[in-house]
Design a protein around this ligand. Structure first.
Ligand SMILES: *Cc1c(COP(=O)(O)O)cnc(C)c1O
Length: 447
């Protein structure tokens, strides 16, 4: 078999150390990875193993350099090893790694979130986005005394049992409808509806409104690719959900784990949060600046249902960890107006360049965005639902992906993920991507 630059099998020769280390990892770590999409399952080949990163660049153990468009799936919005963030973590580490007692960084980080995001009156810190959504739905059920949770196909809310139905992200990448190991009981109280389908939402509430604890939605779906919430007759989908839920005494949980502090300064809520409020919101990714942090918050009366004040139990040995709050706070501090202007500019430049390169080779594609967040679908028509997202040319994406990787551009290894830019994606970095795009577009076209 001959190796071409875009042939995944060429990784044996171009990345011999990664190849050997990944084989070793597969012996002792399931699939060689600690989170499924990292394994390159849908694009083939062996992932580079990253030795270090700085700014917009990654360096692998074989000595190759890549322009990074994964950004640890969102958190590295100020670039890798940002000196201010690293220094904040270093200082915090010198004062002790964890106390299991209140520490000053917790309230500083939470204050910053409360300042940015109006519906958040109180916030609790956890260690991942999954923990945030899991705790938010427990709180919603505890506060309403109801069981049913409504979610949308293609929305990912972490690997919480009851939220793993038609869940986007890695579930989309590997074409899984749900997960083994989730009991019928856990799944029974989850109703999955097509994203954006107001008729289906109205019908469900007409029939079962009194049983519904909460609707949970990604503020803008971004785990099946980016799908901006649709506006009908001037009413955005999130506002519609808030009004429909509230009319039935149910809550709206807006999951901003991915969009928070990224789509805009105040996340997706900052883009469409006029005249409505979610009851609870969840955060992760950017809020930890690369350390393990999640958070959930919202209405004070709801948040005060949590232990130690109320009957809903929720806890964490390492929650509010001083290194994590230092990284999160330094990251949010760095995200001033100039930072968002820079990210927005990089995002626009890249969106246009990708579209131009693919158009030049006649590759069907759609670029969709909300604020600074965007993704590229390899199909003709816009994507509004999970069914649309699944109906794309993932083989063309795979060829495009590998052609970029071989030229030193590190894209998310799945057609269902957003592309992540940072303040470190300056013009010279973007130029390197642009130079690699024509060849990648030709690879995508060859099919
Ligand atoms: C990533 C993500 C999660 C899960 O966060 P983890 O930190 O990976 O557990 C939840 N919701 C959304 C919208 C996400 O993008």
């Amino acid at each position: 078999m001959t190796s071409t630059p875009s042939d995944p099998s060429s990784t044996t020769t171009t990345r011999p150390i990664a190849h050997e280390q990944f084989a070793r990892a597969q012996q002792v770590i399931p699939g060689g990875v600690n989170s499924p999409v990292r394994a390159f399952g849908s694009v083939g080949g062996t992932p580079p193993i990253i030795a270090s990163a700085a700014g917009a660049l990654l360096r692998d153990v074989d000595g190759h350099e890549y322009v990074d468009l994964v950004g640890s799936w969102g958190p590295m919005i100020l670039g890798h090893a940002n000196p201010r963030v690293v220094e904040a973590v270093r200082e915090a580490a010198g004062r002790g790694l964890s106390f299991g007692a209140p520490q000053p960084g917790e309230v500083e980080l939470v204050d910053e979130v409360v300042r940015r995001i109006a519906p958040v009156e109180q916030l609790r810190l956890v260690n991942s986005g999954t923990e945030a959504t899991m705790s938010a739905i427990r709180l919603a059920r505890g506060a309403t005394g109801r069981d049913v949770i409504v979610k949308f196909a293609g929305c990912y809310h972490g690997h919480v049992d009851s939220l793993l139905a038609e869940a986007g992200s890695g579930m989309a990448t590997f074409s899984l409808p749900g997960s083994a190991g989730v009991t019928a009981g856990a799944a029974r109280d989850t109703v999955v509806l097509p994203y954006g389908d107001r008729v289906a939402v109205r019908e469900l509430f007409a029939e079962r409104g009194g049983e519904i604890a909460a609707v949970i939605t990604e503020a803008a779906p971004a785990n099946m690719g980016v799908v901006p919430p649709p506006v009908e007759d001037g009413v955005g989908f999130n506002r519609f959900l808030a009004e429909t839920a509230h009319a039935a005494g149910a809550l709206l949980i807006s999951d901003e784990v991915l969009t928070g502090f990224r789509a805009s300064r105040a996340g997706q809520y900052g883009l469409d949060g006029e005249g409505w409020t979610p009851d609870l919101m969840t955060f992760g990714k950017v809020i930890g600046g690369g350390l393990p942090v999640g958070a959930f918050g919202g209405r004070r009366d709801l948040m005060q249902q949590l232990a130690p004040l109320g009957p809903v139990y929720q806890a964490g040995t390492l929650s509010g960890n001083p290194l994590a709050t230092a990284a999160g706070l330094a990251t949010l501090d760095g995200l001033d107006a100039a930072a968002y202007t820079a990210i927005d500019r990089a995002s626009r430049t890249l969106r246009e360049a990708v579209s131009q390169a693919l158009t030049a080779e006649g590759v069907p594609h759609v670029v969709q965005s909300t604020g600074t967040l965007f993704s590229v679908f390899f199909r003709e028509q816009p994507v509004r639902t999970y069914e649309h997202a699944k109906d794309q040319d993932t083989d063309a994406f795979g060829r495009f992906f590998h052609a970029l990787l071989e030229q030193g551009v590190h894209l998310p290894p799945s057609a269902f993920e957003a592309w992540f830019v940072s303040t470190a994606h300056t013009d010279d970095v973007l130029d390197r991507i642009m130079q690699a795009l024509p060849q990648a577009a030709r690879a995508a076209a060859r099919g």
